[in-house]
Design a protein around this ligand. Sequence first.
Ligand code: ATP
Ligand code: MG
Length: 348
Amino acid sequence: TEAVLEVRGLCVDYGVGANAVRAVTDASLTLHRGEVLGLAGESGSGKSTLAYALTRLLRAPGVISGGEVLFHNRPHGGDPDGVSYAETVDLLAADMVKLRQIRWSQLAVVFQSAMHALNPVARIDAQLTDVLKAHRRQMDAAARRDRAVELLRMVGISADRLRSYPHELSGGMRQRVMIAMALALEPQIVIMDEPTTALDVVTQREILEELMLLRERLGFAIVFITHDLSLLIELADSIAIMYAGRIVERAGADELFHAPRHPYSLGLLNSFPALHGAKVRMEGIPGSPPSLTALPGGCAFHPRCSFAVDRCRTDVPELVLPAAESAQAARLAGDRPDQPRVAACWLQ
Ligand code: ATP
Ligand code: MG
């Protein structure tokens, strides 16, 4: 299927000049229309930074220092303020007018801090209808209300909750409200950064499963960010693994599960009990991730890697196309270096 979002060579720093640390290094990803792409990696690996950067929601001291994020917009015509023709937009180069047309309407984000993203002094129905009021000017009040009820029902919240304030809802329900708001304008992409501490794994799984069902109905693509690789193995189509700011492997979910190529992916796979792992413990991997101010040379994972050889101290394993994808990619686009890539550690 065709790509809806292509991230190429994205680099993000915190700070500038001598004090800058690189939080995302040369990240490339392709999100296909309607697919679920999972992004996994230990705390601090740069997952949220990547998500904030590609949506241009990154705040100072974060700085995007390189790369492209191509959004292939295929508008479905529901948005009177948006464009009605197909276009490709580099989100990193787009002006604010363009970004406003795209964000929320076409590319919606549910961030890790969803709890704080809701207005604490506004009722749920008002927050939903405000989104519709701002972006769907042809809707009258009754239509907005109907739509708000429908959206909440879609995410499993009954209409009697419409008059609630955020603090009257559980963490899981607030997350569902955020998803309803994200889906209000029928976006082509939903990016969801898992709230790691606020929700238990069972609730998280339920919410992701519901999101998957909605995706089948509405056809949007999902980028789902989580610590829980086992969740992604089950539910995602493809998975990218981040370590110390780099995407070290990208593969289909089955492929990653059955034949991980990077030792870090293998370690992550071994770290997770199948379902009810409450806390993230990297039991399969000794040690902890490096500080960004003192990144090891070569492959940043090498000090923790039981397969490391001399070369790993100086060279970063190249990301290459896996055989199955490379044939398809070559057919589609010639031998472009920006196609979905998978790390092939030279050990395997
Ligand atoms: P988690 O799983 O805990 O959410 P993450 O993978 O989302 O982690 P990020 O929050 O993107 O990781 O952080 C990546 C790196 O950038 C970390 O080393 C973090 O300390 C650093 N970082 C994040 N925000 C800032 C900031 N505002 N200023 C400086 N450094 C930051
Ligand atoms: Mg994060």
